[in-house]
Ligand binder design. Structure first.
Ligand SMILES: NC(=O)c1ccc[n+]([C@@H]2O[C@H](COP(=O)([O-])OP(=O)(O)OC[C@H]3O[C@@H](n4cnc5c(N)ncnc54)[C@H](OP(=O)(O)O)[C@@H]3O)[C@@H](O)[C@H]2O)c1
Length: 236
């Protein structure tokens, strides 16, 4: 696949497999041991889902290799429970998957049987622990939130950091991403843009996200006309 580094400018290169992964790994190196990345793909209008109701309609190009590389650089992969309910979720190869939920509703999700302890984390209020335990049994490790956390994204991030997960990559969906953005917790937004227009679709941001200025620190273009922007955001 041809990939062009626009910022920094490196010109086009033909990259596949391991060579592509290594190249992306170098470009997306993390600056520190505590970093929160948000990694999502959207249509041109900002939708995070397509006609199928999921994000697969938008995926292609080097989007999946990039997802893999960002996962490999993270201590934990964080997702909102609605994304898991909508799409199911592939387990990251190395980092644990952490699912944020206030309800504890993960019923029907086919997480693989025989998961090693600590591979699947559920970040939820104490009051939801019983439901998680009854649905997932010993496949899930609960990281409890105070019952008065009230949907605070900071509480989720604090629970992960308290357990030693400094480098977090959040893969959505929009509501969890919006809470992280609204609370000023995102260091970097890795925004993959698919060259499609579509509506309706779930929005990238919901609720109250204050006007936030981002700084472009990286930009790639691939042969499918997907753009991969790397935006630095101010921590609040
Ligand atoms: N384009 C992409 O890159 C991409 C990536 C991922 C997902 N998606 C799409 O996004 C859609 C789902 O997104 P969504 O915005 O509806 O939901 P979401 O962000 O995936 O999940 C929202 C849920 O996360 C839990 N949650 C959020 N904040 C929390 C907090 N502070 N503490 C504890 N739990 C918290 C709650 O779970 P409970 O409801 O259980 O309380 C909440 O309802 C799906 O259709 C999926 O296909 C797209």
């Amino acid at each position: 696949m041809q990939v062009t580094g626009v910022l920094p400018a490196t010109g086009p290169a033909e990259l596949e497999g391991r060579a592509l992964d290594d190249w992306l790994t170098e470009r997306y190196a993390l600056p520190g041991a505590e970093w929160l990345r948000l990694n999502l793909i959207t249509a041109l209008g900002g939708q995070i889902t397509g006609p199928s109701g999921g994000s697969n309609d938008l995926a292609g190009g080097i989007d999946r290799p990039l997802l893999r590389v960002l996962r490999a650089a993270a201590d934990v992969v964080l997702v909102g429970a609605a994304s898991v309910r909508a799409e199911g979720y592939t387990m990251p190869r190395r980092a644990p998957l952490a699912v944020a939920t206030t309800s504890g509703d993960l019923a029907g999700r086919r997480f693989p049987a025989g998961l090693q302890p600590g591979r699947l984390l559920v970040v939820c209020p104490e009051s939801a622990r019983g439901r998680v335990d009854s649905e997932l049994g010993d496949r899930a490790t609960v990281l409890p939130l105070p019952d008065d956390a009230g949907g605070s994204a900071r509480a989720v991030v604090t629970a992960l950091r308290d357990h030693g997960y400094g480098r977090i990559v959040c893969e959505g969906g929009g509501r969890l991403a919006s809470r992280l953005l609204a609370e000023g917790l995102v260091d970097e937004f890795d925004h993959s843009i698919a060259p499609v227009l579509v509506s309706p679709g779930a929005p990238l941001t919901t609720g109250d996200v204050p006007l936030t200025n981002a700084r472009l620190t990286g930009l790639l273009l691939d042969a499918t006309d997907r753009l991969y922007a790397r935006w630095a955001l101010p921590r609040r």
